[in-house]
Design a protein around this ligand. Structure first.
Ligand code: 5RP
Length: 221
């Protein structure tokens, strides 16, 4: 099975966790694209979606799924999103698709965060994937220097502007033994909008697809 087939398999397994007659949170990326397509094909009865990116919003609308403003919603039972890396405690690196800020907001609102990925994303220690950090453009160089003080080598993702009009730094050379502390430290740097570490609010379920099928980590109920 190739990586894309595994992504589709993980996305398919996540359909079991959709709560019908409620609003569904939808993330961003190629794995989530499979999920959106399968959700539409399965015709599960949902009241609509809140989306973490313009790209997912467009895909949802193409399928005829209503996309709602998060400000209008006070109850979001489930959020489904992918990840760039995950550890066994369901802490994640996200933001490879530059949607990390809206993803973190929707994950914060959701009661249950269901993460879907192919099994290559599972690591023992986070940090092999460069850690994305969304920054206010004028703070980019300053934030890069501060990240160097934390041991990382920040590289500007040139040509990328987030849906919020900001820049992204990808931080290399980190071995993230304590993701909660690092998330807190990076959050405190002036000019940082969001760090793509999801450790203070990890996933609740991690659906990993591999050659032998699907494995679910975390609390099912
Ligand atoms: C976007 C993300 C994605 O969830 C992450 O990049 C995984 O993407 P893919 O499903 O394409 O592997 O965080 O900002």
């Amino acid at each position: 099975m190739n990586a894309d087939e595994k992504k589709r398999l993980a996305a398919q397994a996540a359909l079991d966790f959709v709560v019908e007659d409620s609003i569904l949170g939808i993330g961003t990326g190629s794995t989530v694209n499979h999920f959106i397509d399968l959700l539409a094909a399965r015709k599960l009865r949902i009241r609509g979606a809140v989306s973490s990116s313009e790209a997912s919003t467009e895909r949802l609308r193409r399928h005829g799924i209503a996309v709602l403003d998060l400000n209008e919603i006070d109850d979001l039972p489930v959020y489904v999103d992918g990840a760039d890396e995950a550890d066994r405690d369901l802490r994640l690196i996200k933001g490879g698709g530059a949607a990390l800020t809206r993803e973190k907001i929707v994950a914060a609102v959701a009661q249950r965060f269901v993460c879907i990925a192919d099994d290559s994303k599972l690591v023992e220690v986070l940090g092999r994937f460069p850690l994305p950090v969304e920054v206010i453009p004028m703070a980019r160089a300053y934030v890069a220097r501060e990240l160097a003080r934390l041991g990382g080598r920040a590289v500007w993702r040139t040509g990328t502007v987030t849906d919020n009009g900001n820049h992204v730094l990808d931080v290399h050379d980190l071995r993230i033994e304590d993701p909660v502390t690092l998330e807190t430290q990076i959050n405190q740097i002036a000019g940082v909008v969001t760090v793509g570490l999801f450790a203070r609010r990890p996933a609740d379920l991690l659906i990993l697809a591999g050659d032998s099928g699907v494995t679910v980590l975390g609390q099912r109920d």
